[in-house]
Design a protein around this ligand. Structure first.
Ligand SMILES: [Ca+2]
Length: 86
């Protein structure tokens, strides 16, 4: 399998792993997002205020949950930050 395809599948798997923790398996609640950040990005774990701001930033359509397209947007932003540090 091509490397990029592999990475995209990992992204979807990661989303599914956390999104499936409570009721709606197609979106991340704030609690699920907190778990994802704590476990996948230990260095980025912030306080509740930072989490709130982060969640609001990800929730593009403001429906109170983060869908897969919204999560992909986040991953793309993160990737850009990593390859071109500010
Ligand atoms: Ca949303």
């Amino acid at each position: 399998m091509a490397m990029l395809e592999e990475q995209l599948k990992v992204l979807k798997k990661t989303f599914d792993k956390y999104a499936g923790k409570d009721g709606d398996k197609d979106s991340l609640s704030k609690a699920e997002l907190a778990d994802l950040l704590r476990e996948e990005f230990p260095g980025m774990a912030g306080d509740k205020q930072q989490l709130d701001a982060f969640f609001t930033g990800l929730d593009g359509d403001k429906d109170g949950k983060v869908s897969f397209p919204e999560f992909v947007q986040f991953a793309a932003t993160l990737m850009l930050m990593l390859v071109s540090p500010m």
